[in-house]
Design a protein around this ligand. Structure first.
Ligand code: SF4
Length: 479
C-alpha cells in the first residue's frame, strides 16, 4: 500500500505536500518522496524511511515551484530500496513527467517483458515503471493523452498523481480499488489518498474521484475525463475501511471510524457471548470493539496497552522478529483483567501469530476466559491489488477451519464477522466493493504477475541515501 498527494498552484507546494505525506504516513513507511515543478523543470527528493526522516527544511528548500506530488511507500512486490521509491520521474520528448502510484498492476510483468524485448531498460523493479515507459512511448499529443494511452494498457489497481511541466493529472482505475480525494486550498487544487491529509493542511474536501475518472488541472482550471472502457462493476477495497485507512478519513463518502464501529455492532449480533468486558486490540480494533460493546451492553476496557513507539508488527521482516515485536508492542493490565471474562476484538487474522501472543498475554494477566471476535471474515486469499498479504498457503484461514484456528490461538471461543455481515454493512457505501481476500471473488484475474517485480525511473536530488540502503521499516504482510 502507498499514499499519494498532489497540489497544483500553491506558492508552498513542496511544504504542503510534505504535510500531506505526514498525514498519510500510515499508508507506507519504507520510503518517501516529493517532486516539485516550477513550470520549467522538475526536481525530486526521495529517501528511505519515514517522511520526517527523509525531509528537512534544507531539502524542501531545494524543491521550488507551485506544483508538487508526493508519495509514501511500502512494497507489495519487489524490493524495498531507493530505486523503487517514488515519485518516478522521466524526461520524455513531451517534457518532464513524474508519477506517484498507489495500487498494484496485475499485468505489469507481461508489459515489462514485452517492452524489454523491444529494447526498453528499466531502472527499478516496481510495477509502476511500466506506466512511465508506456507514457514515454505513446504517440499521443498531450501529456494527459499519453498518460491515458498508457493507462489503457495496464490492468489492476491504480490511483495516480502525475506532474507534467504545467499540469497535475490525477487518475483512478475503472474498478476504483484505491481511494483518491480532491480538495481545494487557497485557490490551489489538491489530491490525496485520504481526506485526513486534506484535514491536516486545512483544505476543503470537494469530492472523491470516481472510478475510471481522470482529472487534468492546468492554469487554475480542472477538466474531468472518463476515458476508459467500462468494467462490469466497481471494486473499492473493503480492507481500506476495515483496517488500512485512518479512522478520521472519509472513504467512498463513509467515515472509516463509523464504519468500523458498525462492523463491531454486526459482529456482536452475529457472535454474542457472556463476558465482563470488551477489549480492543489497539489501534485498528478500537472502533469495532466500541461497536461490539455498545451493541452487547458489555463494558469497554482498554486493558491491552500498546507501545506506540514500536512499529506495526506487520512491517517486521521475519518470524522471529515478528514474535518479538508483539511482546514489545503490547502489555496487559492485570488489575483490570484478573478473574474476568474478556472479549478480545481484532480487525482481521492473517497468520494467527499475533493473536496467539495476545490471547496468551491476556490469560497470563489473569483473565478467566478469552473470547476472540474478528470484525472481518476469514482471510482466505491474497490481495493482488496493493495490500501486502502473504501467500495463500500462509493464511491461517486458508489452511484451517474456525475451530482449528480457535485452538491454534488458544481462545475459548472465536467468532468472525460473516461475509454476509460484511456485505450487509458495506451496502450503504456509495460504491461496489472488492472483498476478494475474504470471498475468493477476484474482480480482475491476477494473471502471471504474482511475483512481479516493482519498477522506477530517473532521479534528480537524492541526498544522504544510497540505492542499497534498506529501510528498517521493511513492511511485511499483516501480522
Ligand atoms: S483482495 Fe482484499 S485487500 Fe485486496 S483489494 Fe480486494 S478487499 Fe482489498
Amino acid at each position: 500500500m502507498c499514499g499519494i498527494f498532489g497540489i497544483h498552484g500553491h506558492a508552498e507546494a513542496a511544504h504542503i505536500t510534505y504535510l500531506g505525506l505526514y498525514a498519510l504516513q500510515h499508508r507506507g513507511q519504507e520510503s518517501a518522496g516529493i517532486c516539485a515543478s516550477n513550470g520549467r523543470e522538475q526536481l525530486v527528493h526521495r529517501g528511505m524511511g519515514l517522511v520526517a526522516d527523509v525531509f528537512s527544511e534544507a531539502t524542501l528548500a531545494k524543491l521550488p515551484g507551485r506544483h508538487a506530488i508526493g508519495h509514501v511507500r511500502y512494497s507489495t512486490a519487489g524490493e524495498s530500496n531507493l530505486r523503487n521509491a517514488q515519485p518516478f520521474c522521466a524526461t520524455t520528448d513531451g517534457g518532464p513527467v513524474s508519477i506517484a502510484h498507489n495500487g498494484n498492476l496485475v499485468n505489469a510483468l507481461a508489459i515489462r517483458r514485452e517492452l524489454e524485448g523491444r529494447g526498453a531498460i528499466f531502472s527499478s523493479t516496481a510495477d509502476s515503471e511500466v506506466i512511465v515507459h508506456l507514457l514515454a512511448r505513446s504517440r499521443e499529443a498531450s501529456p494527459e493523452e499519453r498518460l491515458i494511452d498508457a493507462l489503457s494498457r495496464v490492468k489492476g489497481a491504480f490511483s495516480l498523481a502525475v506532474l507534467t511541466d504545467d499540469a497535475l493529472v490525477a487518475a483512478r482505475d475503472p474498478w476504483g480499488f484505491r481511494p483518491l480525494v480532491l480538495g481545494r486550498l487557497d485557490g490551489a487544487f489538491v489530491v490525496a489518498s485520504e481526506s485526513c491529509a486534506l484535514d491536516l493542511i486545512g483544505a476543503s474536501v470537494e469530492r472523491e474521484l470516481e472510478p475510471g475518472e481522470v482529472i487534468v488541472i492546468r492554469r487554475g482550471r480542472l477538466r474531468a475525463l472518463r476515458p476508459f472502457a467500462k468494467v462490469p462493476r466497481q471494486a473499492f477495497c473493503i480492507f481500506e475501511q476495515i483496517y488500512f485507512a485512518r479512522p478520521d478519513s472519509n472513504l467512498v463518502r463513509q467515515n472509516v471510524y463509523a464504519f468500523r464501529k458498525d462492523l463491531g455492532r454486526m459482529l456482536a449480533r452475529e457472535h454474542p457471548v457472556e463476558a465482563d468486558m470488551v477489549v480492543p486490540v489497539l489501534d485498528s480494533g478500537t472502533a469495532a470493539a466500541l461497536g461490539y460493546a455498545e451493541e452487547s451492553g458489555i463494558p469497554y476496557e482498554t486493558a491491552l496497552i500498546r507501545n506506540h513507539y514500536v512499529r506495526r508488527t506487520f512491517i517486521e521482516p521475519s518470524h522471529s522478529i515478528r514474535h518479538f515485536g508483539v511482546k514489545v508492542k503490547h502489555n496487559a493490565v492485570r488489575s483490570i483483567l484478573e478473574g474476568k471474562r474478556v472479549v478480545l476484538v481484532e480487525d482481521s487474522i492473517v497468520r494467527g501469530t499475533t493473536l496467539l501472543k495476545l490471547v496468551t498475554l491476556v490469560r497470563q494477566a489473569g483473565a478467566r476466559a478469552v473470547h476472540v471476535r474478528v470484525s472481518s471474515p476469514p482471510t482466505i486469499g491474497p490481495c493482488h491489488y496493493g495490500i501486502d498479504t502473504p501467500s495463500r498457503e500462509e493464511l491461517i484461514a486458508h489452511q484451517h477451519s474456525v475451530e482449528e484456528i480457535r485452538e491454534a490461538i488458544g481462545a475459548d471461543t472465536l467468532g468472525y464477522l460473516s461475509l454476509e455481515g460484511l456485505r450487509g454493512t458495506s451496502a450503504r457505501l456509495k460504491a461496489g466493493i472488492c472483498d476478494a481476500c475474504f470471498s475468493d471473488d477476484y474482480p480482475v484475474p491476477p494473471g502471471d504477475d504474482e511475483a512481479a517485480p516493482q519498477l522506477s525511473l530517473f532521479h534528480a536530488v537524492e541526498e544522504g541515501f544510497s540505492d542499497d540502503v534498506r529501510s528498517p521499516a521493511r513492511r511485511g504482510p499483516r501480522e
